[in-house]
Write a protein that binds this ligand. Structure first.
Ligand code: AMP
Length: 514
């Protein structure tokens, strides 16, 4: 089934319901949203010569037009290629060429630059934020969504590519349907009076969560800032009510800080789904203290989008459960449409409590990487997705993530999981943020280095933190060096860039050895 059919159906049953909002202003109801989508699809198909299965890329910040473009592409039977808006135009051009896109919708400010970079290709570039896009909205309408099979590709999602070039994850209509429908079972309910706020990039998880809200005829709200501004989010939520949004843990941290400083209590926020990176125990406990039981966690990756495990609101908030903190430190249990197991290097399942690589199988798992059979063969083996994440499962099937396998530090032959050290350091009241990486060392192979953002600037030193670690973890795990930063480097999804921290280690020296 073409996933765009969901919009066409909702528009029939709820034509007058507000659909697209910029801040609190309604710019289209569902009838108008669907009409614009039919026109965009018709223009792509009849005027631009886009055929079913062709790729159409988007390189733009969050906007209402973004959602219209996505549905126009799907309605025409084409494949959307949403590109991270924070990439350099050269990187975006590389993706457009790798995907062999026929059309690129881009923010006006990039059009001239990208036209030069793509001058040799036959990709047409259309500004998504000016009158060029209005012409698409007024074009000839394509009445019904082009029929698609569940295994036809709908979304070509380029991974962040921290090592080498990004890889295109092929997500089918069926993968996206499984992701969307499972959300209602394992993550949260959505009702027609609800609103989804696109506070994180629509090219990624936040955009992937549009489907549940289209299905239920809820409101789609793009904040006027186009991004994540905690004050704006509190203000919009209070005015819109019943607001859901996806936030990376570092964004949740910023919400807590503002709530503490301003007294905001999260009025109007129904659900914050957090995930995409480690949520430290101290932070989620504080988040629930300050903002109440509004949080659910998901664990997923582009290759099984938003859908590996979930920790629902009740478990996050259930303080009376004897294992509440243990469960809160986990990423929850397998979502209903997938099997999850922990394997050793041979692919054999390891006993409960043992750390190994996390493997996933089920309906949301990608078909493979675009034009990259060797990467596909490495990642999809015997029907299982090898996530590259390390973790362990308890007797009740709660999964605790350790780290990406490539982030594990091997020091003197022992495996050290940075997450464990980070959790301990965050318990210190003067530590605001921390990230732990390995640094090459002639004798030990690697040593542990902690990058720390102090809560009160200058109020903490390495000696204090060393003593704190000695009180909580084995000696060999504690950092040999501390670096104090004003802030940690993050990408626009709010993920800490460990690769940049490792680069910093190459430029300065000063390892403190025992
Ligand atoms: P991406 O494919 O860019 O969405 O990145 C996916 C990766 O983010 C996963 O493989 C994990 O390493 C990490 N991740 C996703 N969700 C969580 C979570 N809830 N807790 C910790 N790490 C997560």
């Amino acid at each position: 089934m073409n996933i765009a059919a969901w919009l066409a159906r909702t528009a029939l049953i709820s034509p007058d319901k507000p659909a697209l909002l910029s801040g609190t202003s309604v710019v289209a109801n569902y009838a108008e949203f669907a009409r614009r989508v039919r026109a965009i699809a018709g223009t792509l198909f009849n005027v631009q010569g886009v055929n079913p299965g062709d790729r159409v890329a988007i390189f733009a910040g969050n906007s209402v037009n973004y959602l219209e473009a996505l549905y126009g592409i799907w309605h025409a039977g084409a494949v959307a290629v949403p590109i991270n808006a924070k990439l350099h135009p050269a990187e975006a051009a590389w993706i457009v060429q790798d995907a062999d896109a026929r059309v690129l919708f881009a923010d006006n400010k990039y059009v001239a630059d990208l036209s030069q970079r793509l001058s040799g290709s036959d990709c047409r570039i259309i500004a998504i934020d000016d009158e060029s896009f209005d012409q698409f909205r007024c074009g000839p309408e394509l009445e019904a969504p082009v029929p698609k099979n569940d295994d036809d590709m709908a979304w070509l999602f380029y991974t962040s590519g921290t090592t080498g070039k990004p890889k295109g994850v092929m997500l089918s209509n069926g993968n996206l349907q499984a992701m969307a429908l499972t959300y209602f079972v394992d993550v949260d309910d959505v009702y027609s009076e609800d609103a989804i706020l696109y506070a994180a990039p629509m090219s990624h998880g936040a955009g992937i969560y549009n489907f549940q809200h289209v299905l239920k005829g809820a409101r789609h709200v793009v904040p006027p800032s186009g991004g994540f501004e905690p004050a704006e989010i509190f203000d919009l939520a209070a005015r819109l009510k019943n607001v859901h949004f996806f936030a990376a843990p570092t964004m949740v941290r910023r919400l807590i800080d503002l709530a503490r400083a301003s007294g905001a209590d999260g009025d109007g926020i129904k659900t914050i789904v957090y995930g995409g990176g480690p949520m430290y125990l101290e932070d989620i406990v504080e988040a629930v203290d300050v903002l109440g039981p509004r949080f659910c966690q998901i664990y997923g990756q582009g290759e099984s989008p938003m859908t590996i495990t979930a920790l629902p609101r009740e478990t996050v908030a259930d303080r009376n459960h004897p294992r509440w903190k243990e469960r809160l430190a986990s990423v929850g249990r397998a979502q209903s449409c997938v099997e999850v197991r922990i394997a050793d290097g041979e692919g054999d399942t390891v006993p409960a409590g043992t750390t190994g690589e996390i493997l996933v199988r089920g309906a949301p798992v990608m078909a493979g990487y675009w034009n990259n059979p060797s990467a596909t063969a490495e990642t999809l083996r015997d029907g299982w997705l090898w996530t590259g994440d390390m973790g362990s499962m308890d007797e009740d099937d709660f999964l605790t993530l350790k780290d990406r396998s490539k982030d594990v530090i091997i020091s003197g032959g022992s495996n050290i999981y940075p997450r464990e050290i980070e959790e301990v350091l965050l318990q210190h009241p003067d530590v605001r943020e921390v990230s732990v990486v390995g640094k090459e060392h002639a004798d030990w192979g690697e040593v542990v280095v902690a990058f720390v953002v102090a809560g009160n600037e200058g109020s903490i030193d390495a000696g204090t933190l060393d003593a704190h670690c000695l009180d909580h973890i084995a000696r060999f795990k504690r950092p040999k060096e501390y670096r104090f930063l004003r802030e940690l480097p993050k990408n626009n999804y709010g993920k800490v860039l460990k690769t940049e921290l490792r680069l910093m280690l190459q430029t300065k020296d000063g390892t403190k050895n025992d």
